[in-house]
Write a protein that binds this ligand. Structure first.
Ligand SMILES: Nc1ncnc2c1ncn2[C@@H]1O[C@H](COP(=O)(O)OP(=O)(O)OP(=O)(O)O)[C@@H](O)[C@H]1O
Ligand SMILES: [Mg+2]
Length: 426
């Protein structure tokens, strides 16, 4: 089962914990934020089905956060929580587009019903989005960079997009594979039809076939109604099979058949359904190695890899870093509605010298962190304070870990260190 994801935003830890307990018991996946700013950071990085938002909070209150959420994730329903004193504000929030409000302390039944209704709204919207072929706004993000490899990728996209050729995009995590896939679709003749994404790594193997091909009612115990699969939803458009290296062998066999025959059969069904879908696949794993170890079908590989676009790691294009920083900086300041910040030359140089194992995604997160925590002009000192400690504490942690073979010993060590730290703070 794919769980619905709820973000709880409240400055009172006890309220967050009560809500978390209730919602986890009801099988929701729960995330928390302690104020409006933290909420926005999370909303930018994750897709939530519902956001529960307190009104009175430090740093950025619920009303301001609501405005920003409506810009960042316009279609995510927001349920406000209000104390007695803020009922009028809650009503105001609903007028501004919040889904509903509940009062503090939350009444269990009211809370669950409100959430269920909000989820229904959210599901309706996402179905409509799929039908309209609208997906995340990554598609409208430009591909930044002028290094030789980026120019080459851009010209391959221009050449390949208008054809029907299948494309396999390879590269490490966070290098921009999804962005490339979006642009191929965007520049293709199919751009008015849906681009449907399937993250093969995120879907349990027993569900992937039903996800891709749909199922008939009664095909298995939880199949209470007929479901249309992603291949059918992508009809006329493009399907993006992300992390294809994680797809089970049995699903691979079915995908191969769908590609050979341009037809699919729903799980538990018999009827062959004709589909006209272009396939773009991506993988951060070396599929050739998976073929050697019997975990990926060679025949499927050759069907998918008509054109291969390899997106290089950021360390191979550090000349693009200044432009990427500038781009993310402008974008993030605009998103937060704060005056433009800038990075001074030494800061940029320092960022160019870092390792970037998480590639562009990591760079983007670091730029965001520096904008939130740093001054108007971000300096090399800001990087020493806010970026490098993370790396050095990971290295320290690795050193500590290597000294223990027994988890209990490690736990004891951490408790002792913590007690020591606490007494030094008193
Ligand atoms: N050249 C680029 N210019 C601007 N933004 C980029 C570029 N490359 C990647 N990004 C941004 O970096 C983030 C990560 O990119 P993306 O999701 O496409 O990577 P990925 O290779 O699919 O990663 P993963 O393997 O982890 O799924 C996204 O926010 C994307 O918009
Ligand atoms: Mg990706």
């Amino acid at each position: 089962m794919i769980m619905s994801k709820v973000l709880i935003v409240d400055d009172e830890r006890s309220i967050r914990h009560t809500l978390r307990d209730i919602l986890e018991f009801e099988k929701y996946e729960v995330d928390e934020a302690a104020d409006g700013m933290e909420c926005l950071v999370k909303v930018k990085q994750n897709a939530y089905d519902v956001i529960i938002l307190d009104i009175k909070m430090p740093k950025m209150d619920g009303m301001d956060a609501l405005d920003k959420i409506q810009e960042l994730a316009r279609e995510t329903p927001v349920v406000m929580i209000s104390g007695h004193a803020s009922i009028d504000t809650a009503v105001e929030a609903v007028k501004k587009g919040a889904f509903d409000f509940i009062s503090k302390p939350p009444d269990l039944n009211r809370l669950l019903i409100t959430l269920r209704n909000a989820m229904d709204k959210s599901e309706l919207i996402s179905e409509r989005k799929v039908l309209q072929g609208k997906v995340s706004n990554t598609r409208f993000q430009p591909i930044i960079g002028q290094s030789k490899c980026i120019n080459q990728i851009m010209s391959t996209i221009e050449l390949v997009a208008p054809t029907e050729a299948r494309v396999l995009i390879t590269g490490q995590n966070g290098t921009g594979k999804e962005l490339v896939a979006h642009w191929i679709h965007q520049k293709s003749n199919r751009c008015d039809n849906p681009l449907i994404e399937v993250n093969c790594a995120a879907i349990p193997s027993e569900l992937i076939e039903s996800e891709l091909f749909g199922h008939e009612k009664g095909a298995f115990t939880s199949a209470i109604k007929t479901r249309t699969g992603k291949f059918e939803l992508a009809n006329g458009g493009t399907i993006f099979l992300d992390e294809i290296g994680d797809m089970s062998l049995s699903a691979q066999a079915k995908v191969l058949r769908a590609l050979q025959e341009n037809k699919i059969v729903r799980v538990g069904g018999e009827k062959q359904i004709r589909v006209d879908v272009r396939v773009i696949a991506a993988s951060n794993k070396d599929l050739r190695k998976l073929i050697d170890t019997g975990r990926f079908r060679e025949d499927l590989y050759h069907r998918l890899a008509v054109i291969i676009i390899d997106v290089p790691p950021l360390k191979d294009r550090i000349d693009d870093i200044p432009q990427l920083i500038q781009h993310f900086c402008n974008e993030i300041c605009k998103d937060y509605g704060i005056p433009e910040k800038s990075f001074d030359a030494k800061a940029v140089k320092k960022l160019q010298s870092l390792a970037w194992t998480g590639n562009i995604r990591e760079l983007k997160n670091v730029v965001e962190r520096l904008i939130i925590l740093g001054g108007k002009s971000i300096s090399a000192q800001d990087i020493d304070r806010f970026v490098l400690p993370t790396t050095s504490s990971i290295l320290e942690m690795r050193d500590v870990l290597s000294k223990f073979s027994d988890l209990r010993e490690l736990q004891k060590y951490i408790e002792q260190e913590f007690a020591h730290y606490q007494s030094s703070m008193e």
